[in-house]
Design a protein around this ligand. Structure first.
Ligand code: SF4
Length: 358
């Protein structure tokens, strides 16, 4: 069964999440939130990369005080990330955030949770129950002998109940661990036990290729099983990389597409031109395009167009030259290598203009 299609629909800053809505991409700033200029700059970079929701840490009053300025200018809904403090949660709601993330592991007073949930219900904003293996309630750790899937899910369901009792219906939930196997087991169990929309992520995935691979496996497998309504790829470093990886995961799962998808052959002894140089050039030139399009950069005319027949447009190299093709058909032959990037870009932009007109 596809869990995603059966989850309850919520809205965050007008964006639908759950109930079969397109999987939403979110990320988190890593600037000091009280530094409005830096935080806004990063929010806008994330939005430009295709991020749809941005979470900011609210660790102190300085961060709360910065929220109105951030909210006024940000080009996407902003979620406040709260740990420990009822006061910071309430103040963030009153500042006008579009959503809240609460960690049941460190805000455990049921009275406080009730007051925050009531305020969120009154403001009409959702709360994410954000369980994390690294900060699980000590009582649950003791009961289950560690941060097991059962322990994480019990924490999440207990917090959801508290929010519901306070009259809040706009709820989503995550339960993050840092291993792929733990992520799969935990989210599968969570999906069995709740119809609340699910936020997927592998926490502390690391960075570079290893972090992306870990996230792609954990998030991707679950998405393919029909679990997950919104995703965050957690990588150390520039969060814009997270957003690019998130789009790559959604595209690879066949769920959503955005911008240029590059198809390139691995090259072999038949390749007689600088494919890697051309690939880099093409990627840079086409980076700002939002309309989904497949562009192939292939090493030879023998197999290139055939191997990339499903691409919208492409190039297949020869001896210091190349052929251009559209939908698998060659449209220009023997183009000198130093003109390939120009001609390919022109073809792509023509197709983009045609699709924009439609
Ligand atoms: S497209 Fe040509 S150069 Fe590239 S891997 Fe295939 S056969 Fe080799």
């Amino acid at each position: 069964m596809n869990h995603r299609n059966g989850t309850r629909r919520i809205h965050l800053g007008g964006i639908p999440i759950g109930g079969g809505a397109p999987v939403v991409i979110q990320s988190m700033t890593n600037t000091p939130t009280h530094d409005v200029e830096k935080t806004l700059a990063q929010v806008n970079e994330l939005v430009a990369a295709g991020c749809e929701l941005v979470r900011v840490a609210v660790p102190d009053l300085r961060a709360v005080e910065a929220l109105p300025d951030i909210l006024r200018t940000a080009r996407c809904p902003i979620i406040a990330d709260i740990h420990f403090s009822e006061q910071l949660a309430l103040a963030s709601i009153y500042a006008g955030v579009a959503g809240l993330r609460l960690n049941p592991g460190n805000l455990r007073d049921s009275g406080a949770i009730h007051r925050v949930a009531s305020a969120a219900a009154e403001a009409g904003i959702p709360i994410r129950v954000g369980v994390n293996a690294g900060s699980l309630d000590p009582d649950l750790l003791k009961k289950h002998g560690g941060p097991t899937p059962e322990a994480l899910v019990e924490s999440a369901l207990g917090e959801i109940r508290l929010l519901e009792e306070a009259g809040l219906d706009q709820i989503k939930v995550s339960a993050k661990v840092s291993s792929v196997q733990g992520t799969l087991a935990t989210y599968r169990l969570l999906a069995e036990r709740t119809d609340r929309p699910i936020h997927l992520g592998v926490t502390e995935a690391g960075w570079h290729d290893a972090g992306v691979i870990k996230s792609a496996l954990g998030i991707g497998v679950l998405l393919l099983e029909g679990i997950g309504d919104t995703i965050r790829v957690s990588l150390t470093g520039d969060p814009v990389v997270e957003v690019r990886a998130a789009w790559d995961i959604l595209r690879a799962c066949g769920l959503r597409r955005r911008g240029i998808e590059i198809i390139a052959c691995p090259t072999c002894g038949r390749c007689n031109y600088d494919l890697v140089g051309l690939l880099r050039e093409v990627e840079n030139r086409l980076a700002g395009i939002v309309i989904p399009l497949q562009v192939a950069v292939m090493g030879c005319v023998v197999n290139g167009p055939g191997e990339a027949a499903h691409a919208d447009v492409g190039v297949a190299g020869g001896m210091d030259k190349g052929d251009l093709f559209v939908n698998g058909e060659i449209v220009e032959r023997g183009v000198p290598a130093d003109e390939l990037a120009d001609r390919l870009e022109r073809l792509v932009r023509e197709i983009v203009a045609q699709r924009e007109e439609k």
